[in-house]
Design a protein around this ligand. Structure first.
Ligand SMILES: Cc1ncc(COP(=O)(O)O)c(C=O)c1O
Length: 431
């Protein structure tokens, strides 16, 4: 394999393993189409009110087709989808929500907004998603929901999680923000739990810049989500009409999206199958080339599942490797070889406090000082110690990350794999 030879490490002045250009040909935002779509809205004077008609209605119908649920409700961001989902399934004061620590903080912070308590669970080392065994250990009489994050497009073990939830009368909220288009044994993510939440922010596989979309089959949950944040969609909405007596009023959050964002997301949704096809191929090329590299462990998809969305590609340095060489040194050596590889960012969110279960917000910070709805006086007694999550703490300290490549050449990917092979073959020189 090119670039995998025994040459001197680039970090020590040797030749780079990666000589090919990484410039992909994929246009992340289909500019011409997006300009047409947004220009069309401007021409019609549509700059506000997304009450389920027009572009919003078209997008929601297309998203319903993708996920196969009865309802899809667009929002202004993914955080709003999670707050809506937790509110809808009855997360409130006195309740607990089981969450993974290895995720973006917005999977968890809306639990606080409901006055409830997040309870952190460990992850599976191979897939990086929440571990059903730890879920089972942590269910209590207070547990109201489980937040399942399909992290980096890898689908959680829904065959274990759904029966557990059903046996205890607990709701399942799927945070599919990294997993647009992923399938669990043929079923689209977002259609398996009670509610599916998809961020459509930034570089997500379907993005409106800032927006989100929620999926559910349950008319009452749909109604509750409308009640929370969709003033004006009210009893005219398509749900169970549970709150007809409230007329058009909502509870005071405003989670409607901007129609321009939804127009943008609609352009990207059309290209999702193609995007996922490219990413699946490229991750497979990298993983196939890395599987026999000593010191590197690949993050494999769950059997019978199809990854989607991805957001980023992940690899693990082995425990034996990071015990010898700090992961920062490996990162530095890979970058010197020309491989666009970084330490995983969720392992140290905001680069200050490490993993989320150790973040001040969930440990040392006294939420009573902010008051409002952010703590439950019957359940919150002040700062707590961080729980121990052995797998999360072990695995996250050795995760490496690269782009979720779309339209790049195989030769480029093989050179990146060659950089891993070269660096792993010269570990002694990095100690
Ligand atoms: C897993 C996960 N959940 C929730 C969110 C929150 O989405 P947003 O930034 O659109 O509010 C994100 C955003 O990156 C995410 O990655």
């Amino acid at each position: 394999m090119k670039g995998s030879g025994n040459g001197k490490l680039a970090v020590h002045g040797g030749p780079k393993a990666v000589s090919a250009s990484g410039t992909g040909r994929w246009e992340a935002i289909p500019a011409a189409e997006a300009k047409r779509a947004i220009g069309g809205l401007l021409d019609q004077g549509v700059i506000t009110i997304s009450n389920g008609t027009g572009i919003v209605g078209e997008f929601e119908a297309a998203f319903r087709d993708l996920v196969g649920t009865r309802y899809a409700l667009t929002t202004n961001n993914g955080t709003a989808t999670l707050h809506s989902a937790y509110f809808a399934v009855g997360v409130g004061p006195g309740t607990e929500v089981l969450v993974p620590s290895y995720t973006w903080h917005a999977s968890i912070t809306p639990v606080l907004q409901c006055g409830a308590t997040p309870v952190f669970c460990d992850i599976e080392p191979d897939t990086l998603v929440i571990d059903p065994d730890d879920i089972e250990r942590k269910i209590t009489g207070r547990t109201r929901a489980i937040c399942v994050v399909h992290t980096w497009g890898n689908v959680a073990d829904m065959d274990r999680i759904m029966p557990l939830a059903q046996a205890h009368g607990i709701a399942v909220v799927e945070d599919a923000s990294h997993a647009h288009g992923a399938l669990y044994k043929g079923r689209p993510v977002g259609s398996i739990g009670d509610v599916g939440c998809f961020s459509m922010q930034g570089a997500k596989a379907v993005s409106g810049g800032e927006s989100g979309v929620i999926t559910t089959d349950d008319p009452e949950l749909f109604d509750r989500m409308i009640l929370l944040g969709h003033f004006g969609r009210g009893p005219k909405g398509e749900g169970a009409h549970t709150f007809d007596e409230l007329g058009d009023m909502s509870l005071g959050s405003k989670y409607r999206p901007h129609p321009f964002a939804i127009a943008l997301a609609h352009c990207q949704l059309k290209r999702l199958p193609e995007l996922n096809r490219h990413r699946t191929r490229n991750y497979a090329i990298l993983n196939d080339a890395l599987r026999d590299v000593e010191g590197i462990e690949t993050v494999e998809p769950r059997e019978g599942c199809v990854r989607g969305g991805y957001l980023e590609f992940k690899f693990k340095a082995s425990r034996a490797v990071v015990d010898r060489v700090p992961v920062e040194r490996i990162e530095e050596a890979l970058q010197a070889e020309g491989a666009p590889v970084k330490k995983d960012r969720y392992s140290n969110l905001n680069f200050t406090y490490g993993l989320l279960h150790k973040a001040p917000l969930f440990t040392t910070f006294d939420r009573r000082t902010v008051g409002g709805c952010f703590y439950d006086p019957t359940a919150y007694a002040g700062p707590v110690e961080a729980p121990t999550l052995p797998v999360t703490e072990d695995v996250c300290g050795r995760l490496l990350s690269t782009y979720a490549f779309v339209d790049v050449d195989e030769a480029y990917l093989l050179e990146i794999a060659g950089a891993f092979r070269k660096v792993m073959g010269h570990l002694d020189e990095l100690t």
